[in-house]
Ligand binder design. Structure first.
Ligand code: NAG
Ligand code: NAG
Length: 230
């Protein structure tokens, strides 16, 4: 009697299971998957620090360039001296936290690079001039390090604004690699991301006198050795 009853009710309980699965469980699974996907996507897309740098150069006809080559003080002064460079700014980019401060960047937790952003007149200063200076200013074979400065903020990087810059950057790296021979170049070549201008006291730091009040020339063509810390 009992057994008969169970066998009898089997088909209907199977149907019941399918019904529950289709109406309740399946939509729930799909909903959870959708939410997770959406969450990942929006996390990625909505972080302003990961957006491309959409700022405009200071004047029409100028172009932007961005380089990381160790402590930004000395790198900035070197670029200030280049004919056709109209303006330079130091800042932070390529990290994952919006509006970082120097103090935060120095903790090494934000993955920002210390960069110099350059407004240049391509008629007076071809991008290749900037690349030449970039390669000659630092050691591109030491990962996350320039001399005594160690950390991801001191990494070597070229951050390009268009396809032409990218192409020239890659070509120049190949040439530099051929010259460097035994040591592998670790420079990253990536699209320029949102640029966070550093605190005002970092801007033109060495020209203003650095930490010791000893001003260094930013005149075009000046070849005086640069004291990177003032
Ligand atoms: C830091 O940023 C660089 C790009 O500039 C990226 O290649 C690297 O994976 C990042 N590192 C971490 C730990 O997020
Ligand atoms: C680098 O060296 C390789 C091998 O000698 C050569 O084939 C290549 O053309 C060189 N590249 C550049 C950009 O000089």
């Amino acid at each position: 009697m009992k057994l008969k009853h169970t066998t009898k009710s089997n088909p209907s309980s199977k149907l019941w299971c399918i019904y529950i699965y289709t109406i309740l469980i399946l939509p729930t699974i799909l909903f959870v998957l959708y939410c997770r996907h959406h969450h990942t996507m929006s996390n990625h897309n909505s972080n302003p620090a990961s957006q491309p740098d959409l700022d405009q150069p200071d004047a029409p006809g100028l172009k932007l360039a961005q380089f990381g080559a160790g402590c930004f003080w000395g790198v900035e002064l070197a670029f200030q001296r280049v004919e056709g460079v109209v303006k330079t700014e130091v800042g932070y980019s390529q990290g994952h936290i919006p509006d970082p401060t120097y103090k935060l960047v120095c903790t090494g937790t934000t993955n920002h690079s210390e960069v110099v952003r350059i407004h240049y007149d391509p008629n007076l200063c071809p991008y290749t001039n900037l690349l030449f200076l970039f390669w000659s200013r630092h050691d591109p074979t030491t990962l996350n390090r320039q001399g005594g400065d160690v950390g991801t903020q001191y990494r070597s990087g070229i951050y390009y604004y268009d396809g032409d810059q990218e192409k020239l950057a890659r070509e120049s790296m190949e040439i530099k690699q051929n010259e460097t021979k035994n040591h592998k170049i670790v420079t990253e070549i990536l699209p320029a991301k949102k640029f966070y201008r550093a605190e005002e006291y970092h801007q033109q730091y060495l020209e203003k006198g650095g930490g010791r009040g000893c001003k260094q020339s930013a005149n075009k063509g000046c070849n005086d050795p640069i004291r990177c810390y003032g």
